[in-house]
Design a binder for this molecule. Structure first.
Ligand code: SAM
Ligand code: SF4
Length: 388
């Protein structure tokens, strides 16, 4: 595990959203769009550069510690586009010598051919959306790649980047704990230092939601999902990839530093359509969000210089709630002193005592409050209880 976080250290992350995909997966509710005409990447680069400049004017003098190209499918961008965005970032902020620059990639053979170019542009970590190592499951998830193609892309990632990760989705329709354990072991054999393992969530307004409502998609029930979760923890921990966050596993020290910025409630800026930020301006923490629709975002940036449509100061209460909601996802837990500083009040010791008796939380020897393995499956309830 990375050193437990106790301070308001100066981590500053930058999230860059690329909102396009080749096709829309039926389970996905991310801000991703399919366009049949070619994307004018040069126009997007100009807009990203403008929004980066506008953001830097609000939060100057930061040192960027992490950059994350997320999507959508950022691996549809030309390497030169990624390079131009990184150049724009470097023109406005200093960049930490050990900056982590991650790019999310879909594991098709076409996209893997761009990995070398991404590395040359400055990317030093890729995160691949493998999702499954079973062709029938990939088809059901609406993916455009096969298991072999995904593994070939993982091999290209391995040969180009010291740091790579891939995502799998479990608790898929019909998936048994035994089949998942076997698939996970195969994945671990191909994994480097990091794996993201997400339980399938049926999001509202997705085709999967409609199919489930119509009885045409049956996902594992709660008891099976719990066994699948426990299997995930056991298999990964035994392989030296313990969970450092509810869905993320890494060898100690290899955690995704960008995602830690969110979970530790540090400062980050978001640029691109539908990107969120948390900026510290004039002693306030501000929650920002940009226009979601790609073309509307472009036009807004071209006329106003930025695409921000929401920009609100968070109250101490909101900051404290967010701190718990994000921080309790982490195995390291949260620092109760930092909570008290943000909220202006301490966590309720009686509630902590009850949750501790129920086995849902524990206090570490160095005073961090964390959710136990038994508490993770009921994390939302634990957070709600502590925040009340
Ligand atoms: C923002 S997506 C982008 C990654 C990339 N476009 C891809 O799909 O490979 C990040 C990850 O979220 C996960 N994800 C998306 N929707 C999900 C859902 N409904 N349930 C569980 N995991 C999901 C997938 O594992 C995906 O790789
Ligand atoms: S899961 Fe990834 S590829 Fe599929 S629609 Fe969502 S962002 Fe695009």
């Amino acid at each position: 595990m990375a050193n437990a976080d106790r301070s308001d250290d100066p981590a500053f992350g930058l999230y860059v959203h690329w909102p396009f995909c080749l096709s829309k997966c039926p389970y996905c509710d991310f801000n991703s769009h399919v366009r049949h005409a070619a994307i004018d990447e040069a126009r997007f680069v100009r807009a990203f550069a403008a929004e980066i400049a506008a953001t830097a004017a609000r939060v100057p003098s930061r040192t960027v510690s992490t950059i994350f190209f997320g999507g959508g499918t950022p691996s549809l961008m030309q390497p030169a586009t990624v390079g131009a965005i990184l150049d724009a970032i470097g023109r406005h902020w200093s960049i930490a010598p050990d900056v982590e620059v991650t790019l999310e990639a879909n594991p098709t053979s076409v996209e893997a051919t761009r990995f070398r170019g991404y590395r040359a542009a400055g990317v030093n970590r890729v995160s691949l959306g493998v999702q499954a190592l079973d062709d029938a499951a990939l088809k059901e998830l609406g993916r455009l790649h096969t298991a072999d193609e995904a593994l070939a892309a993982v091999a290209v990632a391995r040969s180009n980047f010291e740091r790579y990760s891939f995502d799998l989705i479990y608790a898929r329709p019909g998936q048994t704990p035994r089949a998942w354990a076997a698939e996970l072991r195969r994945a671990i054999a191909e994994a480097g230092e990091h794996l993201s393992l997400y339980q399938l969530t049926i999001e509202q307004d997705t085709p999967f939601f409609a199919l489930r409502e119509a009885g045409k998609l049956v996902v594992p029930d709660d008891d099976t999902a719990r066994i699948l979760y426990d299997t995930t923890q056991d298999v990964c921990a035994a392989a030296g990839l313990p969970a450092y966050e509810i869905s993320n596993h890494a060898r100690p020290g290899a955690e995704c530093r960008h995602n830690l910025v969110y979970w530790r409630a540090h400062e980050y800026a978001g640029v691109g359509p539908g990107a969120h930020g948390r900026l510290d301006v004039a002693g306030e923490r501000r929650a920002t969000a940009t226009e979601k629709r790609p073309e509307a975002w472009l036009m807004r940036v071209e006329s106003a210089g930025h695409g921000v449509v929401t920009d609100e100061a968070l109250t101490p209460e909101q900051m404290a709630d967010e701190f718990l909601l994000m921080g309790l996802r982490l195995a390291e837990g949260v620092d109760p002193e930092r909570y008290a500083k943000l909220a202006g009040r301490r966590l309720n010791p009686r509630r902590i005592a009850i949750l501790r008796e129920e086995g849902a939380v524990e206090t570490t020897p160095d005073g961090m409050l964390r959710v136990t393995l038994a508490g993770f499956p009921v994390l939302d309830a634990v957070v709600a209880d502590l925040a009340a």
